[in-house]
Write a protein that binds this ligand. Structure first.
Ligand code: NAD
Length: 513
């Protein structure tokens, strides 16, 4: 443990043996049961957290509501300055927070640092955006009238996040929400609660140093039940929820039942199409990183490779041989490519997927299996597997959150491949590997990929913060991060001002008194 400096990391981030899972910027109060956080890296107990009760939740909401009344009055560029300072603190804590992400979630150290870098990047983006919360001006049909729209702060934003991006998803939401003048209440995954405490400790410093109302950033902890308090709460106009499609379907209905807004970032079933004009070397790098990176636990992980029959064997052989070079082990050791799954339940799901694909008629090309012995004591390490399969298999239609890659063969043209790629319920990320302009353009056209993200000669995995991130169909339809994703965190108002002495009506209607 100490060889990776975990103790010092926890110290630096203010993580204690027992932590308060309920906090506003300055005050902590948790009266719930204790939640223990074990590392999938070595099975060790990292720390404990006191979860939130309904009464704790109420205190948080009162604080958040009061903070909003004040924070919305602060000019947006000044709110941007707060987010800039937050980004600076993240820079200082990048190494420690990245290590904690790696240790509590199990992703590689490089990916842990990458996740914190993503938080820093979205802060930079949000700072610039704080001077660009533009509305349009329109020409009124009435003389002497001016018409324009403005964006106002929305209120309390509820953030529900998944285990696999334990810190970045929160920042994607908060950095934008804060510059928009909203305040945030975060319900992190019960699998990565300490990462959330660390983030809250960092923003709490900024809040204190700037004498801001503490409820700008609130944290609640626990399982889905504490999440339900948020989704049902009419004081929360927007729920941003990241996680499984199963969760999203429940949350969407609860929020819609009170006509609240929801931003949903749910499961993917991402494919790369490999056409006869693909660069095989690039394909192998993109596909292997996409399938085994974060041990296949990214929403954008590559699950399916749709390969043209004319190059099928060549691509298959290259990928199978690349898998032989993968090193599986402690993700804090930079020599390893693949770390553990989040917990032993995920390992069971992985094993079940391999059984199912075989039962449905698939063939394992790289067998997989659970690792045991020295270094694998947590029981969470599995070997990345590859199976030849058919898109119609039930298991292929599902997202298994593990490093299982399905090879699918297509004949005919790229249109046939696109049909297979779109032939699943999810619609997050998609890619085509080709040097053929016609194929690439068709893939990106209206009759091409039906996903929220479609790329050419890049894998499915990973995204830059500058673009709007999210997916269609069962992925939930939400967009976060770049482009104009900020608009969901604000309410739009259309304003018309009459600067004449008469009152002409719209549509030429006459009403004389
Ligand atoms: P999960 O659905 O099990 O849990 C996600 C969060 O939802 C947790 O905080 C959980 O406590 C909460 N939750 C569950 N049921 C709830 C309910 N009824 N009401 C309120 N909150 C509830 O997901 P997970 O296992 O943590 O994460 C993996 C999933 O997340 C995968 O499907 C992955 O694709 C998806 N994901 C999607 C994106 C994206 O941007 N599209 C990003 C990351 C992860």
């Amino acid at each position: 443990e100490s060889q990776f400096g975990i103790k010092e990391v926890l110290n630096q981030l203010g993580i204690k043996e027992i932590n308060d899972g309920t906090s506003t910027g300055q005050n902590n109060f948790s009266n719930g049961t204790i939640l223990e956080s074990y590392s999938p890296v070595d099975g060790q107990l990292i720390g404990k957290i006191k979860t939130s009760t309904e009464e704790d939740y109420e205190k948080v909401m009162v604080s958040a509501k009061a903070a909003f009344q004040q924070f919305r009055l602060m000019p947006a560029p000044q709110r941007g300055e707060i987010v800039r300072q937050f980004g600076e603190k993240l820079r200082k804590n990048k190494e420690a927070l990245g290590k904690l992400v790696s240790y509590e979630m199990g992703k590689s150290l490089q990916e842990g640092y990458g996740e914190v870098q993503e938080m820093i990047d979205i802060c930079d983006f949000a700072v610039g955006l704080s001077r660009q919360l533009h509305g349009l001006t329109m020409h009124s049909e009435r003389p002497g009238h001016r018409m324009y729209e403005q964006y106002h702060s929305l209120g309390i934003v509820g953030i529900i996040s998944a285990f696999n991006f334990p810190v970045a998803v929160w920042a994607w939401n908060t950095a934008l929400a804060w510059i928009c003048g909203d305040v945030c209440v975060w319900k992190p995954s019960e699998k990565t609660p300490l990462c959330a405490v660390a983030c809250q400790n960092i923003i709490a410093e900024v809040i204190k140093e700037n004498n801001l109302p503490e409820g700008i950033s609130c944290l609640i902890n626990g399982d889905y039940k504490i999440g339900e308090l948020l989704t049902k709460d009419t004081r929360v106009p927007l729920i941003s929820a990241t996680g499984s499609t199963r969760m999203g379907k429940i949350v969407a209905q609860v929020v819609a039942g009170r006509l609240g807004k929801s931003l949903l970032e749910l499961g993917g079933n991402n494919a790369i199409i490999v056409t006869p004009d693909a660069d095989i070397k690039m394909t192998v790098i993109g596909a292997v990183f996409g399938a085994v990176g974060t041990a296949g636990q990214r929403c954008t992980s590559t699950r399916r490779l749709i390969i043209h029959e004319s190059i099928y064997d060549k691509v298959k052989d290259a990928i199978v041989s690349a898998y032989k070079q993968l090193r599986i082990g402690n993700p804090l050791d930079e020599k390893n490519h693949v770390g553990p799954l989040i917990d032993t339940h995920a390992v069971e799901m992985y094993k079940l997927a391999l059984e199912k694909v075989v039962a449905e008629g698939g063939k394992l090309l790289v067998e997989g299996g659970v690792l045991s012995g020295e270094g694998y004591e947590s029981g969470c390490y599995v070997k990345p597997a590859i199976a030849e399969a058919d898109n119609k298999f039930e298991i292929v239609q599902h997202e298994t959150f593990a490093p299982v890659l399905y090879l699918l063969k297509y004949s005919g043209t790229v249109t046939d491949a696109i049909e297979i790629q779109n032939g699943v319920a999810q619609g997050l990320s998609s890619a085509i590997m080709t040097n053929n302009l016609r194929e690439a353009e068709l893939f990106l056209s209206v009759s091409g990929s039906d996903c929220g993200i479609a790329t050419v000669n890049i894998g499915t995995s990973g995204a830059e913060i500058g673009g709007a991130f999210g997916g269609e169909k069962e992925t939930g339809g939400g967009r976060e991060s770049g482009s104009d994703a900020w608009k969901v965190y604000m309410r739009r108002q259309t304003n018309t001002i009459n600067y004449t002495t008469s009152l002409p009506l719209a549509q030429g209607i006459k009403f004389d008194l």
